[in-house]
Design a protein around this ligand. Sequence first.
Ligand code: ZN
Ligand code: ZN
Length: 537
Amino acid sequence: MKKNIFIGGAWPYANNSLHVGHLAALLPGDIIARYYRLKGDEVIYVSGTDSHGTPITVRAKKDNVSPKDIATHYHNEFKKNFEDLDFSYDLYTSTMTSQHASIVQNYLKTIRDNGYIYEKTELQDYCPKCQNYLSDREIIGVCPHCGGTAKGDQCDSCLATLNANELLNKKCSICGTATIEKPNVHLYFSLSKFQNKIDSLIEKRSKQWRNNAICETKKFLEMGLIDRAVTRQLDWGIEVPFQGFEDKKVYVWIEAVLGYLTAGEQVAQSRGIDFKEFLKDGNVISYYAHGKDNIPFHTVIFPSLLMAIDNKINLPDYIISCEYVNMNNEKMSKSKGNLISINKLLSMFPKDSIRYYMISNGPENKDVNFSIDNFVLVHNKFLVGVLGNFVNRNFSYLNKKFGGVIKEAKIDEEIVKLTKETYDEVATLIEQGKLKLALDTAINYVNMGNKYYNENEPWNQAVNDIEGFYNTSYTCAYMIANISNIFAPFIPETCQKIKDKLAIKDQASWEEIKLKGDLKICNNDLLFERLQLPTND
Ligand SMILES: [Zn+2]
Ligand SMILES: [Zn+2]
């Protein structure tokens, strides 16, 4: 039966180029989406650019352009990056669109009608020198949990999500003046009312959420959930849909995370699907792919908002939260200058090598070290040495000695069994979000192909046992055809090339390909070229 699958990729923030860390966090979403589509399920896979908030306004001020210019520039860059890497979003949008704004405004009205948004007059941090109320991010200070330097919304040292009021020794991040407090009216979201509900959600999802998601969420709950401001004093953002708040904007944390709903709704609408029904608990399986630092937003804040909107909505089933990609055992950061951007990666390597590497050596369960040397090694060892080699050794021999014709013959029964098992195993692992193991299983299938080839020695069979040679070749062709399905979620371009070689007309699917009749190899192109280590630049 056709299933509903909802996949949300985290919304990258539009004030800097994407780097390998983003890619590691987001690529799993695409693998999962491609797999379910191959199975024939109804997939809605969305993401977009997070385009509002202070870092963009700060950056715009610095560059002397408008916030919209900054956000548009990065949105276009992100979009191109994702296209270049074959991401298959059903919609990659931006929080700047009018559709997003109006759907967010409707949700805010619903949340307020349901009693989870209230007004509060409070003293707000004010910079007497800049003559401005300061947003959380415009305040710097000392983290109350770890004593490290923190911004008003999150501590960079211990990752605690903060409220600016918790910070010690507060200063204006723009001019460095100590802040004073002045009264201001804001809207608040009653996050504190969801403490117990999130607690029981963790219980329910204990087998589906990744370990880091469970741990980070528990840590977050232990600190106690605190109501969060919905509005902020800023020019750049979505209008607050309530009277008396014309001088404020919707806080970026609430509208960006609601982007999953606003984007999903647009896709559903374009297909004539009732999104509310689609996303109803029990009707859908949902996945959310992002990095470790984004966990509380997806396991606490987003589910609380969903419950505040409608308690029948599905809450995140699978949290696909990756760990960090480090450079030389150091956390990557702009200030350290050790970021490798996606632009740079794409200028050096084929997209399928990037996709393969970021899953096989990605930070699925623990931090990983990224290095170009290791990248080249993995590409040469697995893509050239295992996968490319299996296809190439078969086809080049058949081209040379048999005019590229693969005669219909008997397919080894053990191999058929292995093939079916591989489909099942890879499927189960992908559905559980265990992509690294899924890819290992797929590569092991090719290893078995190479082993089968070596054991049968078709180059000898061709001389001594022509029936045996036809069987071996046809069995290998059968494996190669099925490789083009099994690897399709991971390296789609390569899989299409394999299909082209064998003139397989059918699109990829999650079903065993059964060969019929003689086959003709259509081209001699190598699937992968061996890479050289780059010389120092
Ligand atoms: Zn801290
Ligand atoms: Zn100031």
